[in-house]
Design a protein around this ligand. Sequence first.
Ligand SMILES: NC(=O)c1ccc[n+]([C@@H]2O[C@H](COP(=O)([O-])OP(=O)(O)OC[C@H]3O[C@@H](n4cnc5c(N)ncnc54)[C@H](O)[C@@H]3O)[C@@H](O)[C@H]2O)c1
Length: 539
Amino acid sequence: MTVSLRNFKAKEALPRMLADAAIVQLAAILSLCATFAYYLYGHGAEQWSREFFLRELQARYLQQFPTLAVVFLLVFAVTGVYTRTRGYSVRYKWPVLFRACGLASLLYLSVSLLIDRDGLFPRSTLVLLPLLTSAGVVGARWLNYWLETTRLVASSTPAATTAVNQQAPVLVVGGAGYIGSIVVRKLLDRGRRVRLLDKLTYGDSAISDLFGHPNLDFMIGDCRNIQDVVRAMSGVRDVIHLAAIVGDPACAADDKNALEINYAATRMMLEIAKGNGIERFLFASSCSVYGASESVMDEQSQTVPISLYAETKLNSERVLLEAKTDTFHPVVLRFATVFGLAPRPRFDLVVNLLTAKAFQEGIITIFNGDQWRPFIHVDDIAEAVCQTPTCPIERVSGEILNVGDDRLNYTLSQIASLIHTEFPSTRIENVENADRRNYRVSFEKIHQRVGFSCAKTVEDGIRELRLAFEQGRIADYKAPLYSNLAYLKTYGGVHANNQLDGEVMAAFSRSLGNLDMATAEDAGVKPGVAASALSRSKA
Ligand SMILES: NC(=O)c1ccc[n+]([C@@H]2O[C@H](COP(=O)([O-])OP(=O)(O)OC[C@H]3O[C@@H](n4cnc5c(N)ncnc54)[C@H](O)[C@@H]3O)[C@@H](O)[C@H]2O)c1
């Protein structure tokens, strides 16, 4: 509650509060009318006349008007309707709004019983009031959302955009996420035209301030849907593919969708890209494909994916690299583990999570402290993604590039010490768990070929997160919006929109069984998790 109030920004919230206040009043009048109409037509006692109805309506409504307005707006504010749920897409907002309306109605009843029992609305009105208010506030948000997307999609048709700028846009798929929202900003800052395709799984809060930018074509869509992808790729020269279910836990919790989005959709997209004459196709993979190893891993090292997430990434890499031709140039970027602030912060990433816990709970809990991991600031990763398309094609075509910096390989204990230096009064707690990921990575190749090296250190990231907490810019770091797994668990999966998409994805997943076995045999590990996920998803 304190977090919701601390993050309350009056200027942003005021128009929505006024609209909600109007909806609450309208719902109250309609509920009263419905109750009186019920008695007036058919069930009324002698005194139920039109005059009596109007008099009662006026008296009761005017008596209750201030209480209603104060109680509802107060409950909406403390339950996060104007702060925490702001960035959620509408389908995730309605449970919060229904809960807030129910709570406000109960509170209104209690307050009215205490201060003005005689003027209280009739019981049937009190039943109708939360229902109508909920329908009103949810409906208003749907309408707003629909108007906004209609306007944006209309402005994203190729005919409309060619007039804005003749330069071919770069398509960023998954551009509304943690990394993508910075990539899109950097490309726009460089004067590039950007087309952004995203399903808005985690809402639009990371990019909503860019709506209306003359060089941005924004499309809400699913990378599993053929029409969405064909439309998004029309007139495009370069594709940056970032969309995925990201992270081991999130993929393990929803293996069917993880397979579809992280692997099958990549296969479909590359076919459409080749058909559309796309030149460069940048794919966001992960250093987690290296799995567990004591050596320093480079792009030639043997991969040992030990999670479904890593396997979907590795198999996507393979199909993409196999698809290289003289005119189609796939580039695989294996990202280090990202940290730092972004328009959509994530607190399910190790540096961010440990810093948040240190700040808010005074404890740094590390799991398997001896394990190595390469790290990179989110701003640097976005910079690498933006630099790669502009460097000479022969340096990167058909190549795998680890994205990070040799100086940023750390054990998790070292990360804990860096955070402890920033928060000296915290306690470090060591815990063992089943996560066996352990890899140190060489980033020499991207340095040589693209000239990329990181500008920010882990300490920079910790300090900026600390500042964001101190300034109240981050609400509760445990809020589902900041964690992919928590968000998908709270608000449901990211299922394909229709049966046809599901069938297309099943067809594109089919060869995964073989690839997966090859991966497993190459790596000398048991047949992969992707194959078993595939058979489960077919069942
Ligand atoms: N963050 C990291 O530490 C890290 C490390 C290695 C690799 N990566 C890779 O970088 C990419 C971006 O990661 P992130 O941290 O920004 O993740 P994120 O979860 O913040 O963003 C993913 C974006 O993809 C979108 N998306 C999901 N499913 C979609 C679908 N079916 N159609 C269209 N859009 C869809 C989501 O709405 C979201 O905006 C991912 O491919 C990820 O695997 C990230």
